[in-house]
Design a protein around this ligand. Structure first.
Ligand code: HPA
Length: 247
């Protein structure tokens, strides 16, 4: 299969990059991106292969809450498209809003709520169809691979907020009422940008903690990163399985 898969690694998930047979490393600054100021976000692109598939891995990302615009936050997606990416796998750390989706498990995004109040497409009449942001057939392939490898995978709706503060319990109740299963501070703008460029998209949330106000909720960036690290292996297995089946 030809083409290049772009990947964005979220908080604590940088170790996924260890699986890349790296040919070249490019710091964000050389690709015209701002450097990320968040611990756990490396700030570079790795070009190479995973399980025989050509990949560009964005190790870290930039966020609205760092003071960047929606355009700056999505510059990496446009850069990966220029390098030939025709598909994109977005990963993030998120809080679980759904009592049936346990922490340290993975949720594949079936859809999202863009609650950031902005869009990378702002400035022009780009009325992109978002009726299927996260590619249906590709998700089906992931479900089959996960089942084969006995990897538990939830599937649900990701709510993307601006942050940087974590939510209040009232906000989490609101998000649940709105249909969210997970909450985070990234991904939705990148997914919108990718769809506008005709890139097919998959998204995965590592459910690092219970969202605010839920039993057992503790909200701390260090814990979020540690949970991410523990769960990263499962995602490595899943993606390797997925790529190996297609190459
Ligand atoms: N809320 C928002 N973003 C997050 C969370 C959360 O609970 N956990 C990890 N990223």
């Amino acid at each position: 299969m030809s083409g290049v898969t772009g990947m964005v690694l979220g908080s604590g998930l940088g170790s996924l990059a260890e699986k890349v047979a790296v040919r070249e490393q490019i710091p964000f600054s050389k690709a015209g991106l701002p450097q990320s100021s968040v611990p756990g976000h490396e700030g570079r692109f790795l070009l190479g292969q995973i399980a025989g598939r050509e990949v560009i891995v964005m190790q870290g990302r930039v966020h609205l809450y760092e003071g960047h615009t929606a355009k700056a936050v999505t510059a990496g997606v446009r850069w990966m498209k220029e390098q030939g990416a025709d598909e994109l796998i977005l990963t993030n750390a998120a809080g679980s809003v759904n009592a049936e989706f346990p922490t340290e498990s993975w949720m594949m995004l079936s859809d999202h709520l863009n609650l950031t109040g902005t869009s990378p497409l702002e400035g022009g009449p780009e009325f992109v169809d978002l009726s299927e942001v996260y590619h249906g057939e590709w998700r089906e392939a992931v479900r089959k691979t996960a089942e084969k490898l006995k990897i538990a995978l939830c599937e649900g709706v990701y709510a993307g907020l601006r942050g940087p503060q974590y939510e209040t319990p009232a906000e989490v109740r609101m998000l649940r009422t709105m249909g969210a299963d997970a909450v985070g501070m990234s991904t939705v703008l990148e997914a919108i940008q990718a769809r506008s460029l005709g890139i097919r998209v998959l998204g995965f949330s590592c459910l690092t903690n219970w969202a605010s106000g839920m039993p057992g909720a503790t909200l701390d960036h260090h814990d979020v990163m540690e949970s991410g690290k523990r769960a990263a292996n499962e995602m490595v297995r899943l993606l390797e399985g997925l790529f190996a089946e297609r190459s």
